[in-house]
Design a protein around this ligand. Structure first.
Ligand SMILES: Nc1ncnc2c1ncn2[C@@H]1O[C@H](COP(=O)(O)OP(=O)(O)OP(=O)(O)O)[C@@H](O)[C@H]1O
Ligand SMILES: [Mg+2]
Length: 255
């Protein structure tokens, strides 16, 4: 495998794009708590594969997957973030790496898996981009090489975070869930109807997969009183008033 180089110069640029949603406010605390709770679920196992999904599009999966991965890497856990949303990949944009030479390329060929490991601007954090899709991804998701790939990646990293498409639209996350130790459902609070969330949970239930936890995103807009800092975190976070008011960090956690 080629040595992994860290591009320190670009780190602040990537950090800035992540910081839009992530700063030292309650949202950060929730991501840290999510990381701690997931760690507690390991039960002593060295590797952990975490699938992030949602019921419908745009609930915040990729954002939360990236924030969680970054948080783990900051704590020096060897982390790999995989963009398994082959149809609408986003993570390569966020981390400013090339989309090509990704999952699609290594799963379709006999290329060594190491080809797709891309260093990010964060030490301890590797990204695997989706690659460029030119046909139906079901063929990739049912490929025998996928099992070997997850074994390889699980042996190599402490934590594997897999971003995936919404389950109501396509079956990809159902297919991926059999490789995951934990499945986390992101819900855009105040937006996704309850029956849609229930249907998503049932779809996992039907393939005998239990949802490990739910992340409520968009909490500030849905439950403004939760974020009433005058009666809550206000004093503690006073120095960050501007960021709080911009409503960028509004994640709640139900594990
Ligand atoms: N907590 C948050 N606060 C503010 N904006 C957010 C938050 N979470 C997500 N967003 C924004 O909402 C949009 C959708 O988020 P994201 O791309 O992470 O969702 P997704 O579930 O991955 O979408 P898709 O289903 O298209 O892959 C993005 O513009 C993102 O920047
Ligand atoms: Mg996404």
């Amino acid at each position: 495998m080629e040595p992994l180089t860290i591009h320190q110069d670009n780190q602040s640029q990537t950090l800035n794009s992540l910081r839009k949603y992530y700063s030292d406010t309650p949202g950060t605390a929730e991501i840290e708590r999510l990381a701690a709770n997931l760690d507690a679920m390991r039960n002593g196992k060295k590797k952990q594969i975490i699938l992030i999904t949602s019921a419908v599009i745009g609930e915040g999966k990729s954002t939360i997957a990236a924030l969680l991965a970054r948080s783990l890497a900051v704590h020096k856990k060897e982390t790999v973030l995989i963009d398994f949303d082959l149809r609408r990949p986003q993570l390569h944009h966020l981390f400013e790496v090339d989309c090509k030479d990704g999952l699609i390329d290594i799963l379709r060929s006999n290329l060594p898996f190491s080809r797709c490991l891309k260093p990010t601007n964060f030490p301890h954090l590797i990204l695997i981009s989706s690659g460029i899709l030119d046909s139906n991804p079901v063929e990739i998701l049912t490929n025998d090489r996928l099992k070997i790939f997850f074994e390889y990646i699980g042996d190599k990293y402490d934590t594997v975070i897999v971003d995936s498409p919404p389950v109501i639209h396509v079956s990809d996350s159902l297919l991926l869930s059999k490789f995951a130790d934990e499945v986390i459902l992101v819900i855009k609070a105040g937006s996704t109807p309850r029956y849609v969330v229930k249907r998503a949970i049932k779809m996992f239930g039907d393939v005998k997969v239990k949802i490990s936890g739910i992340i409520l995103n968009n909490m500030e807009n849905a439950l403004p009183r939760y974020y009433d800092y005058k009666s809550y975190h206000y004093q503690y976070y006073q120095y960050q008033d501007k960021e709080k008011e911009s409503g960028k960090t509004n994640i709640g956690l139900v594990l």
